[in-house]
Unconditional design. Structure first.
Length: 181
C-alpha cells in the first residue's frame, strides 16, 4: 500500500487504469486535499478522512462504475459518497412536475445528490436500479423522461456514461413552501 502525495494526485501518478478512473472520480467529487489517499492494490484506492473513517473505492469494468465499501463494518455502499446518500434532496419544482412519475422524481434526487460537485454523475443504471429497487428498464425509461424534460443531459465518451444536470433549463417553483402549510 502506498500513500499518494499531493504531487502524485495532481499528476495522476497511479499504477493501473482502474486506479486512474477512481482517482479521477475522487478528484471530481471530493475536496481531495482533506483526505489521505492510498493505492491499496491494482483495483482499489483507500481514502481516509481526518476522523480516520475509511472507504475503499474500486472500479467495476463491467458496469463502468465506481463502487465503494466500508470494509470495517462490512456495509456495502455502491458509488458516490455514502455520507451524502443518507438522504436525497428533491427540489420542489421536480416534485411539482406532473410529467415525471415517482421513480423519475426519486432518480432525479439521487442524480442531484451524486452530482454535488461539478453537476456530473457517473452512476450506472445497475446502481440506480439497486438503489431504487426497480428494473434497469425502468431506470432507462426514467432517464429518457428526465432528458425529454431537459433536466439532464447524457454523454457517452469511451464507453463511460456521464449525466449532467441542466440547471439552466430547470424552472424553480415560485410558490414559497410556507404557503403550502
Amino acid at each position: 500500500m502506498r500513500l499518494l502525495t499531493k504531487e502524485d494526485i495532481s499528476k495522476n501518478n497511479v499504477e493501473t487504469i482502474s486506479q486512474y478512473k477512481i482517482l479521477d472520480y475522487l478528484k471530481h467529487n471530493l475536496n481531495i486535499d482533506e483526505f489521505d489517499v492510498y493505492l491499496q492494490d491494482k483495483d482499489i484506492i483507500k481514502v481516509v478522512d481526518k476522523l480516520d473513517d475509511t472507504l475503499y473505492f474500486s472500479y467495476d469494468k463491467d458496469t463502468r462504475s465506481i463502487t465503494y465499501e466500508d470494509k470495517i463494518n462490512n456495509i456495502d455502499k455502491d458509488m458516490g459518497l455514502w455520507w451524502l446518500l443518507k438522504y436525497i434532496i428533491i427540489p420542489d419544482f421536480i416534485l411539482e412536475n406532473n410529467k415525471l412519475n415517482p421513480t423519475a422524481k426519486l432518480l432525479m434526487g439521487i442524480i442531484n445528490s451524486l452530482s454535488f460537485k461539478d453537476n456530473v454523475c457517473f452512476a450506472s443504471n445497475e446502481y440506480f436500479s439497486k438503489k431504487l429497487k426497480v428494473s434497469k428498464r425502468t431506470i432507462t425509461s426514467s432517464l429518457s423522461v428526465l432528458k425529454q424534460e431537459n433536466l439532464i443531459r447524457i454523454e457517452v465518451i469511451n464507453h463511460l456514461r456521464t449525466i449532467y444536470l441542466n440547471y439552466d433549463n430547470m424552472k424553480y417553483s415560485s410558490t414559497p413552501m410556507e404557503e403550502n402549510f
